[in-house]
Structure formats: structure tokens, C-alpha cells
Write a protein of this length. Structure first.
Length: 81
């Protein structure tokens, strides 16, 4: 039985890890969007957390960390001193 050289195996595993990291990131963003939708429907992070059996801090952190940051159109960073 032929075994691949270790360098090739490492490269293959690195490639797989990159793919998995990308999938995890995409999934976290979709989950955060769903949680934010739940907040809009139920009215609070606490209500969503209670509904799905998670802590409110876990729900809040997920939305903040993985959710898309939306700014109203035409606004940018505050540059006034």
C-alpha cells in the first residue's frame, strides 16, 4: 500500500481546514441573521434566548460577532472632532 508523503498529507489537511473554517464562518453568519430575525419578531434578545434554550449573552454575542453591521444609507464614520 502506497502512503502519500507527509508534506502532501499536510497540504491536503491545510486545504481541508481552510474549507471547514469558511463553512463555519458562513454558518455563523446565517445563524446570527436568524437570531436577529428572531429578535425582530419576539422583541428582545432575552425572548429569543428563552425560546431556544440558550443564555441571552450567548445570543447577544453571536449577533454582535457574526451579524452584519448595517449603517443607515449615506452615513459613514463620525469624523467630527
Amino acid at each position: 500500500m502506497d502512503t502519500k508523503p507527509w508534506r502532501e498529507r499536510v497540504r491536503e489537511e491545510d486545504k481541508l481546514l481552510e474549507q471547514l473554517a469558511s463553512l463555519v464562518s458562513e454558518s455563523a453568519a446565517r445563524r446570527a441573521a436568524a437570531l436577529a430575525e428572531g429578535v425582530a419578531e419576539l422583541g428582545s434578545v432575552y425572548a429569543v434566548a428563552n425560546d431556544i434554550g440558550k443564555s441571552w449573552t450567548a445570543v447577544d454575542k453571536s449577533i454582535k460577532k457574526h451579524g452584519k453591521k448595517k449603517r443607515p444609507a449615506g452615513t459613514g464614520p463620525d469624523t467630527t472632532a
